[in-house]
Structures are given as structure tokens and as C-alpha cells.
Design a protein around this ligand. Structure first.
Ligand SMILES: [Zn+2]
Length: 301
């Protein structure tokens, strides 16, 4: 048994995972605004409490943590929207938990889990993208994850798809994630329909599904969706040219809008990518492990 931990911008989940990648027991919590003020302590207290309970109860031999951003030698150098820098989480936890602990990027963990147990299972060459607040990703060749070395690498979200485009948090302009993250889609749709920021994904999905061709908003919604699919497909087609995958898996909150996006994306990519002369289609699938992928992937590589 292993303990997989997934730390996100506002939640932590901790699970006991067996050798078949099945979650045997799991706890999770949302961090309150108060807890976020002392975020390191809040994260560590919760992990130490439940890790030690699970270690008592099960035969656990390892702990893996999925965390956003870049990690080097067990230190989280940056953590994206968690907002912590140079966080030596492994060393801090190691004082209170007597088992080996490792950390890895959350999108990489989700990809590892999907490759072993989910939508990429059975393929040798694949790409996985996590579309959420930003874009994370991973590539597998000969069924092995391509790993970055000591520097950030395989940061698919930060390849430039628009010269002199929208500024990105990384310091460049025109990054893929500034055009094709799910946050960008939601923001663009809200703006186009004059909806405020609190309109949730499920409300947006309902609006899309209930607007028909005679409705004045129909064209506006279609334009936002088409522009999004266009930008998403540019990035994916760049990755296809580089990695020559059999399949592209897509996770994160994209799966929520699967019904709206998937077929359009499949059609667009298969009509335009350079492999079309071979008549071989690129398979595009949506992730199947949902929110548990990061936790499972933290301990199954
Ligand atoms: Zn960037």
C-alpha cells in the first residue's frame, strides 16, 4: 500500500492506494480562507494527522505528493496558484512521518495515472494535457514518461502560439495556456454573455446546452467555442508534430465540457494535422480517473 496526496490551490486529498491503483480509503478537505493564511502549517498538519492514521491502519511503505508547479530534489520551487515558493515540504514532513516521501508535478502525476490505469492505457506513444486554471502536460514514449531534468521542461502550457500575444505569468507573451486553459474559456464566455465572475461551470454548460439556433446568443456562444477549439488545436497539433503520439488524452475541467468540445476538437485536428495524408487518425480521449488521478499518479510511477 502507498499513500497518495494531492495538494491543489484550495484543497488537499489523501488516499491509501493499493498495488492495482485502487483507492482503498480517502479523506479530503477544502482549505478555508483562514487556513490559507498559514498555508504551509495547514497543509502539513492535515497530512501528518491522516498519514499517521493510515500508516497505523495499513501496511504503507511509501508516500507520494502531487503538487502544482516546479519541483527540484524534493523542494517545490514554485507552486502556481498555491502561491508558495521554495517550499521544502519533503524535509518538513520527514521530521514527523517515518516513511520515504517523494513529490512530483500534479499534471505529471495525473498523466502517469491515466497512462497506467486510465485513458492512455495500452498505448506506447501518448500526450496528456491537463486543462484547468493553466495547462500542464506530459509525454510518454515507449510507454515511459519523458522527465525533465533539473530545470523546468515539458511545460506545454508555456509554448508560444501567438507572437506578441497576451502576457503570461511566466514572463513571456502569447503562451498556449493564455488561450486554451479552461479558465480562459470560461472567462471569455462570461464576458461575451455579460455574466459575472460567479457564474459557475455548470451554469455555463446549461446555458450552452439550452441555447438553440434561433436564440440571439447562439452565434455569440458558437464564436467563443470555435475560437477556443481553434486555439486548443493549434497547441495540440504542435505537440503532435513533435512527439508523434498515437493518442492525446485531455484531463482537468475539460472533461466537464466533453459533450461540447470533444467531437469538434477531434474533427478539427484530424482535418488539419500533417498526418492526414496517411489517413491515420489521431485518437483524442478524455481522462477517466477524474479528481483522483493526481493522488494515484503520485505513487504509481
Ligand atoms: Zn507562459
Amino acid at each position: 500500500m502507498k499513500i497518495g496526496i494531492d495538494i491543489g490551490g484550495s484543497h488537499i486529498s489523501i488516499g491509501v492506494i493499493n498495488n492495482n491503483g485502487i483507492i482503498v480509503e480517502k479523506v479530503e478537505k477544502r482549505l478555508t480562507q483562514n487556513e490559507k493564511r498559514n498555508i504551509k502549517k495547514s497543509i502539513e498538519d492535515y497530512i501528518v494527522e491522516y498519514a499517521n492514521i493510515f500508516i497505523e491502519k495499513y501496511k504503507v511503505n511509501e508516500i507520494g505528493i502531487a503538487i502544482p508547479g516546479t519541483q527540484i530534489d524534493g523542494v517545490a520551487i514554485s507552486t502556481g496558484n498555491l502561491g508558495i515558493k521554495d517550499y521544502n515540504i519533503v524535509e518538513r514532513l520527514q521530521n514527523k512521518i517515518k516513511l520515504p516521501i517523494k513529490i512530483n508535478n500534479d499534471a505529471k502525476c495525473a498523466a502517469i495515472a491515466e497512462n497506467k490505469y486510465g485513458c492512455l492505457k495500452g498505448y506506447d506513444r501518448s500526450i496528456f494535457l491537463t486543462l484547468g486554471t493553466g495547462i500542464g502536460g506530459a509525454a510518454f514514449l515507449d510507454n515511459k514518461l519523458l522527465k525533465a531534468g533539473k530545470r523546468p521542461g515539458y511545460e506545454f502550457g508555456h509554448m508560444v502560439i501567438e507572437r506578441n500575444g497576451i502576457p503570461c505569468m511566466c514572463g513571456k507573451k502569447g503562451c498556449f495556456e493564455r488561450y486554451a486553459s479552461m479558465k480562459v474559456f470560461r472567462d471569455n464566455l462570461r464576458k461575451a454573455l455579460n455574466l459575472d465572475e460567479t457564474t459557475r461551470s455548470q451554469d455555463l454548460l446549461q446555458i450552452i446546452q439550452t441555447t438553440n439556433e434561433n436564440d440571439k446568443n447562439y452565434k455569440i456562444i458558437e464564436n467563443v467555442i470555435n475560437e477556443y477549439i481553434e486555439n486548443l488545436s493549434i497547441g495540440i497539433m504542435n505537440l503532435i508534430e513533435i512527439f508523434e503520439p498515437e493518442i492525446v488524452g485531455i484531463g482537468g475541467s475539460f472533461s466537464y465540457f466533453e459533450e461540447i468540445f470533444l467531437e469538434r476538437l477531434q474533427n478539427k485536428i484530424n482535418a488539419e494535422n500533417s498526418r492526414k495524408s496517411t489517413r491515420e487518425k489521431i485518437i483524442i480521449k478524455v481522462a477517466i480517473l477524474g479528481n483522483d488521478a493526481g493522488m494515484i499518479g503520485a505513487v504509481c510511477d
